[in-house]
Design a protein around this ligand. Structure first.
Ligand SMILES: [Zn+2]
Length: 114
């Protein structure tokens, strides 16, 4: 749980950095944060983590858009391809890929200013 919170803090920091890059004039208030959740946690848990990780930061109160996708895999057989799948078979080479650990259960997709 603590590791996940650390990871969510890193995502919040990344979101704020992207926001600053897009718009250096305005404070990062009113941003939409689009998060991908790969499984291992549910949407409610992701929201709790985000609230906790963003507290006291400009990202606090941001609108969180959560996209639930299949488990993520990485194929080390061909080219390190990352893909989302239910069976873990690499679409490039057809070999069984390695499942991304559950700690890496979510990632930042995009940030949008409102
Ligand atoms: Zn492959």
């Amino acid at each position: 749980m603590e590791e996940r919170l650390e990871r969510m803090r890193a995502i919040v920091a990344q979101a704020m950095a992207e926001c600053k890059t897009m718009n250096s004039e305005r404070p990062c208030k009113g941003m939409d944060i689009h998060l991908i959740v790969y499984g291992g946690i549910d949407e409610a848990e992701a929201r709790v983590l985000f609230e906790s990780a963003s507290r006291g930061t400009p990202a606090e109160g941001a609108k969180l858009v959560i996209e639930l996708v299949g488990t993520r895999y990485i194929c080390w057989n061909c080219c390190g391809l990352r893909f989302e799948s239910s069976d873990g078979v690499c679409p490039n080479c057809g070999e069984a890929a390695i499942k991304v650990p559950d700690e890496i259960a979510f990632a930042l997709r995009s940030v949008a200013m409102v």
